[in-house]
Structures are given as structure tokens and as C-alpha cells.
Design a protein around this ligand. Structure first.
Ligand code: HEM
Length: 538
């Protein structure tokens, strides 16, 4: 901020002009030239033709013509707000991340979203919700780009274009907009049975949250934490809403979609405006970083798996409070650019093959969406730390770099002879041993169990939640045109649970098939049910 720079006429100039634009005492064009009138084109007489020489007309319309940028290829519909994260220090033994040390406050920007709908679609559709958090830490930006569902449809990012093509509106008629009730979606998730778990969560009440304020959030992948002694721990990240987890019922969601398609963003903004700041506790499940990267037989690199909280309790490590609405939706919510590769010392990735593809995808898509490689300079994306990145030029470059030697070390710009590893505060990739292996396009054997985790979810549901799930599958599959897809979906459900399959089959008027795999012998996990949640801790 600092003192405003003002021109001799009392108008702000330079950076302050951008900040204060649209509140000055007189109007100018983009070059700062004062304008007398912006309501009339320049004409040859009041009833005559408009003149091409009207620079103001051309500039104004030209700028308007280019006001829209591409919407996000997924998660286009969203609402972002500011807040603060305060750490408890309880993770300090497992990570050296400065923002997780005791009692550190870090500014954040959080964007909630649906996945499939376009920017103008309704809020209360049945879908997964994004829960992306940008932490402006003292060591650089850390982004946790998660969802409200702890598992994903696919295990390998190479299938992401496929699952999104299947979930987006049909390519011929561009319908349906944002619901899963269509043939391509069900075709995909029944042909790729690894999707059974995520689909079951979508068909549960989690697919229609009551409010962003009452959603859990999950980092989904397993991450690797590193402490000051260099010891590593595998973790899964959780957000636990202080208001508890609540959903709409299907009929409410339908009515709200019509009456107030902005229901979720309005609810969030109104709550913050009223001072009812939503809060989430940040938590981690920790697992020993063993060479096989499994826990109690669960493959931690498979993003279709959860680890039941009864086996690995979520330990609270900090509190997120959302307390400020955006002042400019475009500048903040639309231009924010999250990326799973934005990491800080003490937080590292694992070899989850879905995460690997994401590390490429976010930067790549943002080059198109935000018009070139300089989007980290957009105010909402700027780290709250000094930047000395040696990156130069490019579309929409706003920095005026000084010096003659944009490389390091150099002997021309005053040195900075940094040698690798000399800076103790640097992000250094954890030296994880890569097993000797042959290049293959294959998934590990352990990725082949597609039904035991959805079965655990189903067995953990209360009777009313089960009723809702059966109703959701029946409704959505009832919209499919292809009978073969409905039948294949029933086969997937039979492999999860006979009661679930029988309920949906009855609703569709079809016979219930027998399972083709033995039903998994799994214990329910009460923490998966929204009924009788024991969180929050206090
Ligand atoms: C956007 C979550 C998998 C590509 C997003 C957003 C979230 C998210 C929350 C919205 C960010 C925002 O609000 O701006 C996840 C989760 C995943 C996952 C939790 C799985 C665990 C993937 C994969 C890919 C991918 C596998 C690609 C290989 C994208 C792209 C965007 C996006 C291209 C748009 C980003 C932008 O335009 O800024 N994702 N995603 N995602 N995701 Fe993912």
C-alpha cells in the first residue's frame, strides 16, 4: 500500500490509479486523457453517421469485447472468499512448514466450486465440490487443491480428459448441464469400476451439500511431510467444518435450483457479511512412510481409497476462519490460480499417479485461461514474500525487471552466487528412493480392488442415508437412454452390496444381478456417516 502517488491535479497515478480506478472525480480514457462525455458517439451532426475517428468509442467497445476470459475447463462455477489460518503447532513434530508452527497466522483465499457445470450453472446440483485453499505463507504460497469428497474417480491422470469428457454435457446437444444423469457419465463410471467409490459418494447426500459452510474438505492424495530432522511422514489432509456436515434433501435441492441458483454463494457471502464467519479445523491422518506406502493393507498411492478415521484418527493442526468477501469477483475469484505444485518446505508429494498428472495440468491450463505465463503477478496470486525468480518478459508482463544478468550465479549484477543447498529455507525435494523398475504402462495389482471401499461406505450409512442413495441412483440412471448402461450399473452395485442393488433395480423395474466378485469383508466406519458426527472436537 504506502502513500498514494498523486498527480499535480490530485488524481492518483501508477499503481494507485489501478487500485482506485472508477472512483476518481472525473472520467478519462485508458491513456489518462480527460473525457467530457461517455454517453454519445461522435457523429457528423446529431442525426448523422458515427465517425471512425471516435477513439473513445472504439477503445470502450474494444475493451468490452474482450472482457470475458475462458472459464475453467473444470470447476468453472465457484465462489471465493478471504480468511485467516491459525496453526496450533500440533504438526510441528512432523513438518517444518513455518505456517504450521505454533500459533502462526497465515492469510488465505479459498475458492469453493462445483466441477462440471459452466460458470453460470446452478449451485445445488448433484456434483463433487472443489475446496481449494491458497495459503500466503512466509515461505511462499502453499495451495491445497482439494474436494469435498475424499476419493477420486480415476487412479491415473491420463484418464482425466476421459472422465471429464464423459461428465460434461453430451457433445451433440450440450445437455445435461451439470448433473450426472446422462449416458456418457454412467457409461464411463460403469466401464471403469475404479470410479464406483467416488460415484457412490456423489449419489449419497454428500453430492448435495446444504452449504459450503457445512462441507468437509479433503486433500484426497497422500502427501509427504518432512520435519526439521529430515524425517518423513505420509499424511492425508482434512477440513472439518465447525458447523458440522449437512446436506440438502433432493427435493430441497431441486426447488432451490429454480428459486435461487446462487444459493451456495449467497449463503457464504451473507454469512460473512453478517459476521457469522465459517470455520474449519485443519487436520491430518498420519501414516509411517514405509517403502510399500500402505497402511493396514490400504494402498496410500491409490486416490480411490480412504483410510477410515477409526484406524487413523484425524489430528487437528489448525483453524481456518473465512472472514472477508471479495471486493471484485473477477480480480479475485476468477483470476485466482491454484496449483498442487505450489508447495513449501516441509510439505512434499508422493508418487500417486493422479497427483503426478495434476502437477502438469494446472500450470498448463492457466497459461490459456489467464493469457500467458505471468499470472503469478495477478494480485490475488502474488505470494506475500519477495520474489526473485529470473522469469522475464511474456504476455501481460507487468514487472519492470532491472539488471543485466537474469541468471545465477553471475558476476555482473552484484553476485548472488548461491550454491545448491546453501539456503536452509529452500524447498528441497525429499530424497525418496525410486525402486529399480522397468518402464511400463500398467497399474499395480493393489489398484484392482474397486469394491471393498465403496462397500465400507455403504455399510457405514444410516437407514435414511441408504434410502437417499437408492433414490439418487434410481433417479439418475432412470434418465439414461441406454438400457445396457443401466444394466451394467446394476452389476457394479451388486458387487458393492445386494441391498443397494436390489433397491435400485426395483426402482428401475429391472432384475437385480448376482455379484460377479465375492463381497468384501469390511467393517463399517461410523465417521463416514453424516448422522451422529462427533466432530467438532470442542
Ligand atoms: C481445477 C480439485 C484432479 C485438472 C480444480 C479445482 C479443484 C480441483 C478444487 C478448482 C480450483 C479453483 O477453484 O480454481 C481436484 C482434485 C482432484 C483433481 C481434488 C483429484 C484428487 C485433477 C486432475 C487433473 C485436473 C487429475 C488433470 C490431469 C484440473 C484443471 C482445473 C482444475 C485443468 C482448472 C484449473 C484452472 O483453470 O485454474 N481441480 N482436481 N484435476 N483441475 Fe483438478
Amino acid at each position: 500500500t504506502g502513500p498514494a502517488t498523486v498527480s499535480p491535479t490530485g488524481q492518483p497515478t501508477g499503481a494507485d490509479q489501478a487500485r482506485m480506478a472508477q472512483s476518481g472525480s472525473y472520467l478519462t480514457d485508458a491513456q489518462g486523457t480527460r473525457l467530457p462525455d461517455t454517453d454519445h458517439s461522435l457523429k457528423a451532426g446529431p442525426r448523422g453517421p458515427v465517425l471512425l475517428q471516435d477513439h473513445h468509442l472504439r477503445e470502450k467497445v474494444m475493451h468490452f469485447d474482450h472482457e470475458r476470459i475462458p472459464e475453467r475447463v473444470v470447476h468453472a462455477r465457484g465462489a471465493g472468499v478471504h480468511g485467516v489460518f491459525r496453526s496450533y503447532g500440533t504438526a510441528a513434530n512432523v513438518t517444518k512448514a513455518a505456517f504450521l508452527a505454533e500459533d502462526v497466522e497465515t492469510p488465505v483465499f479459498v475458492r469453493f466450486s462445483t466441477v462440471l457445470g459452466s460458470r453460470g450453472s446452478a449451485d445445488t446440483v448433484r456434483d463433487t465440490r472443489g475446496f481449494a485453499t491458497k495459503f500466503y505463507t512466509s515461505e511462499g504460497v502453499f495451495d491445497l487443491v482439494g474436494n469435498n469428497i475424499p476419493v477420486f474417480f480415476i487412479q491415473d491422470a491420463i484418464k482425466f480428459p476421459d472422465v471429464i469428457h464423459a461428465g460434461k454435457p453430451h457433445p451433440d446437444r450440450e445437455i445435461p448441464q451439470a448433473q450426472s444423469a446422462h449416458d456418457t457419465f454412467w457409461d464411463f463410471v460403469t466401464l471403469h469400476t475404479e470410479a464406483a467409490h467416488h460415484t457412490l459418494w456423489n449419489m449419497s447426500d454428500r453430492g448435495i451439500p446444504r452449504s459450503y459452510r457445512t462441507m468437509e474438505g479433503f486433500g484426497v492424495h497422500t502427501f509427504r511431510l518432512v520435519n526439521a530432522a529430515g524425517e518423513t511422514t505420509l499424511v492425508k489432509f482434512h477440513w472439518k467444518p465447525k458447523l458440522g456436515v449437512h446436506s440438502l434433501v433432493w427435493e430441497e435441492a431441486q426447488i432451490i435450483n429454480g428459486v435461487d441458483p446462487d444459493f451456495h454463494r449467497r449463503d457464504l457471502y451473507d454469512a460473512i457479511e453478517a459476521g457469522a464467519y465459517p470455520e474449519w479445523e485443519f487436520g491430518i491422518q498420519t501414516f509411517p512412510d514405509t517403502p510399500d506406502q500402505t497402511f493396514e493393507g490400504i494402498d496410500l498411492l491409490d486416490p480411490t481409497n480412504i483410510v477410515p478415521e477409526e484406524l487413523a484418527p484425524v489430528q487437528p493442526i489448525g483453524l481456518l476462519t473465512l472472514n472477508r468477501n471479495p471486493s471484485n469477483f473477477f480480480a479475485e475469484t476468477e483470476q485466482v490460480a491454484f496449483h498442487v505444485g505450489h508447495l513449501v518446505p516441509g510439505i512434499d508429494i508422493t508418487d500417486d499417479p493422479l497427483l503426478a498428472g495434476r502437477l502438469f495440468s494446472y500450470l498448463d491450463t492457466q497459461i490459456t485461461r489467464l493469457g500467458g505465463p505471468n499470472f503469478p503477478q495477478i494480485p490475488i496470486n502474488r505470494p506475500h514474500t519477495p520474489v526473485n525468480d529470473m522469469l522475464r518478459d511474456g504476455f501481460h508482463q507487468t514487472a519492470v525487471h532491472r539488471g543485466v544478468a537474469p541468471y545465477r550465479p553471475n558476476s555482473l549484477d552484484g553476485g548472488c552466487p548461491f550454491t545448491a543447498g546453501a539456503d536452509a529455507g529452500a524447498f528441497v525435494e525429499t530424497p525418496v528412493r525410486v525402486p529399480e523398475a522397468t518402464k511400463v504402462r500398467e497399474a499395480p495389482e493393489s489398484f484392482n480392488d474397486h469394491f471393498s471401499q465403496p462397500r465400507r461406505f455403504w455399510l457405514s450409512m444410516s437407514p435414511v442415508e441408504r434410502e437417499h442413495i437408492i433414490h439418487a441412483y434410481t433417479f439418475e440412471l432412470g434418465k439414461c437412454y441406454e438400457q445396457a448402461i443401466r444394466e451394467r450399473a446394476l452389476q457394479v452395485l451388486a458387487n458393492i452390496d445386494p441391498e443397494l442393488c436390489a433397491g435400485v433395480a426395483a426402482g428401475l423395474g429391472l432384475p437385480a444381478p448376482e455379484p460377479t466378485v465375492p463381497l468384501a469383508d469390511v467393517e463399517p466406519s461410523p465417521a463416514l456417516s453424516q448422522i451422529g458426527q462427533t466432530w467438532p472436537t470442542d
